[in-house]
Write a protein of this length. Structure first.
Length: 480
């Protein structure tokens, strides 16, 4: 039997799966990751922790002795994007500036001022989180880090590809987040990059997700226990893999990814003009992906569990929410604990009284998160049309999924193994490369759409309540 390994490197954990040519998950593994916070709000990770996590997952599989790892025919990956990862001439890398790091505000303003029409070329305007701005920040303010770098890569999975093959590559989905890729041509836009003083030879080669980045090196084979020479595919940034995992390969098929953070996304055939949206390349070359990020997602749910229960009792938290649902509750929660868009204020509870219980707080947390998701859905998706698919770890909360169905007035569909569907979506390039599937559409038809789903239908008796609460939410949310 032949197998494919897929890894997804997120912000808080790495997930890995091994599947056969029938798409059956035979092995699964994960390992946690830690963030590094600087004194001035810097957000980084040590890329070697990603590599150590990959080694740990494969070692765990090897100990189980269920499958011969020499039968693995390809490795494919997905990972967090918008990073800046400098790899030095001595092959060392101790820092990755993450997507949520916004240190490059001045540089972003300078780039946008210098190129008024940059959005028309790259599909997005440069933000403080954009790698183009962060590269300029490094060049201006951390010269040693910039000049000692042989290459920069922009996704966590790109760094793992380097460790596996010694190749410097990235994919068009990740490339679209850098602020330097021509979105239509899927190549680096030299006319913007070079005048800013960025060395274009330090940028990785852009390959299609199904293209081979290289083969597993002898050194990587010895460390991991995998067979030398296995093809390692370029793979996709996490937004692309998630979009495939959600089955969204046609224009207008919206979905919600709800992990630690999250996003609402929809495939489109042309650039989507929206102040909060990113426009990315999709794995099918004829499509783009419009994405509105959600900085406050599963992390809000996690905060609620940690704050209002003992020993991170998830079941207890959901029981508390259900208990509060049986009575009237006017408490409102603005879930902006981790920032959001251009808001300067943080989160808040509104309308609490001496009679407010812990259960009321937990319910308000879940409802507030759902209202913030509705705000984004209303901006990007067609109103009141069709079901919405949710993937990501937080989709395992039945209370949250039911509340979201009630708030949106739409059926919510959660696929089986939703928590690993980004890793599963990342399989598609490998299936195509090995000839196991003809196209991304065929992969979705044969392996995604046939998965079992859990369906949450809206309770229309709660519709009026949520309409009124949402009006209150919007009133307070607009106070920045």
């Amino acid at each position: 039997m032949d197998y494919i390994i897929s890894f997804d490197i997120g912000t808080t954990e790495i997930k890995g799966i091994m599947v056969n040519k029938y798409g059956e998950i035979l092995l699964e593994g994960s390992t946690p990751l830690k963030m590094i916070y600087g004194q001035n709000g810097e957000k980084e990770q040590n890329p070697e922790s990603w590599w150590e996590g990959i080694i740990e997952i494969v070692a765990c599989w090897k100990r189980k002795e269920i499958i011969n790892l020499y039968d693995v025919k390809a490795i494919t990956l997905s990972g967090q994007m918008e990073n800046v990862i400098p790899i030095s001439y001595n092959n060392k890398c101790e820092r990755a500036i993450l997507y949520s790091d916004t240190r490059a505000k001045e540089e972003a303003e300078y780039i946008n001022h210098s190129y008024k029409d940059i959005g028309e070329v790259i599909g997005n305007y440069v933000r403080s989180s954009t790698p183009f701005a962060k590269l300029l920040w490094l060049k201006n303010k951390d010269r040693d880090a910039y000049h000692s770098a042989k290459s920069f890569v922009f996704s966590a999975k790109d760094y793992i590809i380097y460790k596996l093959t010694s190749s410097f590559v990235t994919d068009p989905i990740t490339g679209a987040t850098t602020g330097m890729m021509n979105l239509n041509k899927r190549i680096w836009e030299e006319d913007i990059i070079v005048p800013m003083g960025i060395d274009i030879e330090k940028l990785p080669e852009i390959l299609q997700p199904e293209e081979k980045a290289g083969r597993l090196s002898a050194n990587a084979a010895e460390i991991t226990g995998l067979q030398e020479g296995i093809p390692v595919l370029c793979g996709s940034g996490d937004a692309g893999a998630s979009t495939i995992g959600a089955g969204a390969v046609a224009e207008g098929q919206g979905y919600l990814h709800l992990g630690t953070t999250g996003w609402v996304a929809i495939p489109a055939k042309k650039f989507v003009s929206h102040s909060s949206a990113f426009t990315l390349a999709h794995l099918p070359k004829h499509l783009l992906i419009a994405v509105i990020p959600l900085l406050n997602g599963g992390n809000i749910y996690e905060w609620g569990v940690q704050t209002f229960t003992d020993s991170e009792d998830y079941e207890g938290f959901e029981r508390m929410v259900k208990e509060s649902l049986s009575k009237k509750n006017d408490v409102l929660f603005l879930p902006y604990l981790y920032g959001e868009r251009d808001r300067k204020e943080g989160g808040a509870f509104i309308s609490i009284t001496a009679k407010t219980t812990k259960e009321d707080f937990t319910r308000a947390i879940v409802e507030g998160l759902c209202y913030s998701i509705k705000q984004i859905c209303d901006e990007l998706l067609s109103p009141k049309e069709g079901d919405i698919t949710i993937i990501g770890g937080t989709s395992r909360s039945t209370v949250l999924c039911q509340c979201l169905a009630d708030v949106l007035g739409r059926q919510i569909n959660v696929p089986k193994n939703s928590h690993v569907l980004t890793s599963y979506g990342a399989l598609a390039p490998a299936f195509i490369a090995l000839g196991w599937s003809q196209s991304y559409n065929h992969f979705v038809r044969d392996y995604i759409n046939k998965k079992k789903h859990v369906h949450f239908k809206p309770d229309m008796s709660k519709r009026e309540y949520h309409i009124e609460q949402y009006k209150r939410y919007i009133k307070y949310a607009k106070r920045k």
